[in-house]
Design a protein around this ligand. Structure first.
Ligand code: 6PG
Length: 251
């Protein structure tokens, strides 16, 4: 089945983007729960996702999500403890999870505190298989994966030139990121592309050139890792504000 074409939603402001994404998440979560009893969602790091989490934590949005049937994961994590200022877990916990009634045993963070980042990746891969009920030979399928996009076209912790961009079997990897001189722990393309829904959140003028290159330029995922995200049997959507969309062709 050919991958579905992404649909692109251009919102007038960052706030409008967040409100649109929030209502999309609410309906996705409710549909997933109706369908199979759970909604499995992987969160992203970054400032745009953080703004979304803050909005989701407020009424009436927060009351519209069936938190008792939601399982929360992360698409990537920094190689730091959960209370570190750079931790994606800490950011999402402070912005959202501390303010909603999700049971603690339904929040599955990546163990960024482990001295060996690869061990954290191995541990998280086993957790994904268990919590998403995927047999050994199958790729777990998230209901929703949220992604941001950096100005260099990275997403999750898939950075330009990374070997993880060509990973075909592991679900979680721990690449060295030269530009930050640190390891990261990240979902790999196979598991992201297995998701039922992948939503990119991109805002701000600083992303405009990269967004145009990713969506309209030649396919070059080693240079523009966001291009590697093409759910084979799922829906890809881009939620961008007008600032980020300003270089896209009118069509
Ligand atoms: C991270 C994120 C990363 C982020 C993008 C966009 O760990 O930092 O996973 O992929 O989503 O860098 O971040 P901004 O929205 O802050 O530009």
């Amino acid at each position: 089945m050919a991958p579905l074409k992404p649909d692109i939603h251009i919102c007038p402001t960052n706030q409008a983007l967040i409100e649109s994404v929030s209502s999309e998440i609410i309906s996705l979560a409710r549909r997933a729960v109706e369908r199979h009893g759970w909604a499995t969602i992987a969160l992203a790091g970054g400032s745009t996702p953080r703004d979304l989490y803050g909005f989701l934590a407020t009424k009436p949005q927060c009351d519209q999500i069936p938190w008792n049937q939601v399982k929360v994961f992360w698409g990537d994590e920094r190689h730091v403890p959960p209370d570190h200022p750079d931790s994606n877990f800490r950011m999402a916990h402070e912005a959202l999870l501390a303010h909603v009634p999700i049971p603690a045993n339904q929040v599955f963070r990546i163990s960024g505190e482990l001295p060996d980042a690869n061990q954290a990746a191995i541990r998280y891969e086993a957790l994904l298989r268990r919590e998403l009920c995927a047999p050994e030979d199958a790729i777990p399928r998230f209901d929703l994966i949220l992604l941001g996009m950096g100005p260099d076209g990275h997403t999750a912790s898939l950075f330009p030139g990374s070997q993880v961009l060509q990973e075909s079997t592991r679900l979680v990897a721990a690449p060295w990121v030269e530009k930050f001189q640190t390891f990261r722990i990240t979902l790999t393309p196979p598991v992201i592309n297995q998701a039922a829904h992948v939503m990119f959140l991109v805002s701000g003028a600083s992303k405009a050139d990269t967004l145009r290159a990713v969506l309209e330029g030649p396919y070059a995922p080693l240079e523009l890792p966001s291009q590697v995200i093409k759910p084979a049997n799922g829906k890809l959507s881009w939620w961008v504000d007008r600032e980020a969309a300003q270089r896209l062709s009118a069509s």
